[in-house]
Ligand binder design. Structure first.
Ligand code: GKR
Ligand code: MG
Length: 415
């Protein structure tokens, strides 16, 4: 079954003013949807980041895909290598096609080809990954400090959350609506003692519920150690408290809870030093940049060997990504924590509603063939038009923050 053509569609969807260490989310988040069409009339779907260079890279690979057998993932790897060689203009592929950009491109098309394979065979993607080790995948409530509205925009229905009471109220709504059984707080926004107070307020409001905090490297080593000590016995893990493998190792040696990362270990070459220095206790996988679903499973095996826990990182995303995350998590034995997802924050999607429901905080693996989700073509066209009109072509959390704090740089660590 061969590919006839590929359609690459950048989209923008409404995103609330969620705060993080470097600034605030823009009014629209970017993603790209790809449709891989085949001679049999089957279409495979993929979703990834929407920044300009990613869209250009996707188009460069897409232009080479006609004639590829949808089962030939090795051939896909070669095409990505060629496309990134040309894009880099160096006459050789950067890092032999294993650079992060190449992993992002490969991953997007790998998911789409697996979707097409599954549709052709009448089997869900989880079966192509070796079968399910769980029927449903647990996700965590992902809480953010936030403004009531974007600058000059209308208020959203979540309202502001800028102190412990605001975050507890947000948690009550999110846990009430989705049933999450673990809670993560995006931190690095307020002074660390205020963020510790937020975690203590959550521990009081949700006794026994596993809690995590992630300041995206906003803290120095001494600050991170201080926070780790204050939150001893309260956190299941402390995520990216400080920059770099060496900094994380210094903190890890002085706090009792495991440190997790989606920032200092983001490529295979980071694993040996992180393991040697005992910098992390939990790795947050992400198929979008770890080279796809099969590599994510392999990463799980590797973490198991080295006694490192495995969880999953998320960015603002739509339903195709949630489906892919759910299939791979269901097929990965060594998944030791509930996965992150931004999904509850989105109010628009490119897939038809139905299979992706949260019950008790978990998403049941879609039972349909392939990823088990159906593209809503009207919604795709609408969100593409929104992308066109928005003029946003790259994720930038710093500039919108400057409209409120002109001296803001987003430089880290800050505390
Ligand atoms: O959406 O603001 C955000 C997050 O901070 C995101 O950009 C991070 O990549 O969720 C992510 C994380 O766990 O670091
Ligand atoms: Mg993180």
């Amino acid at each position: 079954m061969r590919v006839t053509n590929v359609v690459v569609t950048p989209v923008a969807f409404r995103d609330p003013p969620l705060l993080n260490a470097v600034g605030v989310h823009q009014p629209y988040a970017l993603r790209t949807v790809i449709e891989v069409n085949t001679e049999d009339g089957v279409t495979g779907l993929g979703e990834t980041y929407g920044d300009g260079p990613v869209v250009a890279g996707l188009r460069a690979v897409a232009a080479r895909m006609a004639g590829l057998d949808v089962f030939d993932l090795a051939g896909l790897r070669r095409l990505v290598r060629q496309a990134t060689t040309v894009a880099a203009g160096t006459g050789r592929s950067e890092l032999d096609g294993r650079s992060r950009a190449a992993e992002v491109l490969y991953s997007t098309f790998e998911v789409a080809l697996l979707d097409a394979q599954g549709k052709a065979l009448g089997r869900p993607v989880v079966d192509l990954l070796g079968g399910r080790v769980r029927d449903e995948v647990p996700y965590s409530a992902y809480l953010f400090y936030k403004w009531a509205s974007h600058p000059d925009g209308p208020e959203d229905d979540w309202g502001p959350a800028l102190d412990p009471d605001g975050i507890v109220a947000q948690a009550k709504r999110m846990v009430g609506e989705y049933g999450f059984t673990a809670i993560k707080v995006k931190a690095g926004v307020l002074p660390p003692e205020q963020e510790c107070a937020t975690i203590h307020a959550l521990a009081d409001a949700f006794p026994g519920v596993p809690l995590r905090i992630d300041p995206n490297t906003a803290w120095s080593v001494p600050t991170a150690v201080e926070v780790g000590r204050r939150l001893a016995g309260v956190l299941e893990y402390l995520e990216d408290p400080t920059p770099g493998i060496a900094g994380m190792a210094a903190v890890a040696a002085q706090v009792e809870m495991p440190l997790a990362t989606n920032m200092c270990v983001v490529a295979r070459e980071h694993l040996p030093p992180a393991i040697a220095q005992r910098a992390i206790g939990v790795l947050l996988s992400d198929h979008h940049f770890w080279g796809g679903l099969r590599h994510t499973q392999q990463l799980g095996e590797l973490c198991d060997i080295f006694d490192i826990g495995l969880s999953m990182h998320s960015n603002s995303h739509l339903g195709i990504s949630l489906a892919a995350m759910t299939h791979v998590a269901a097929a990965t034995e060594h998944l030791t924590y509930a996965c992150d997802t931004h999904y509850p924050w989105k109010t628009e999607d490119v897939v038809e509603p139905g299979p992706l429901r949260f019950e008790g905080g978990s998403v049941r693996v879609p039972s349909g063939a392939g990823l088990g989700v159906t593209l809503d073509r009207d919604a795709l066209a609408r969100l593409h038009e929104q992308w066109r009109r928005s003029g946003i072509r790259t994720r930038d959390d710093v500039t919108p923050m400057r409209t409120v704090q002109p001296e803001w740089t987003g430089a880290l660590p800050r505390f």
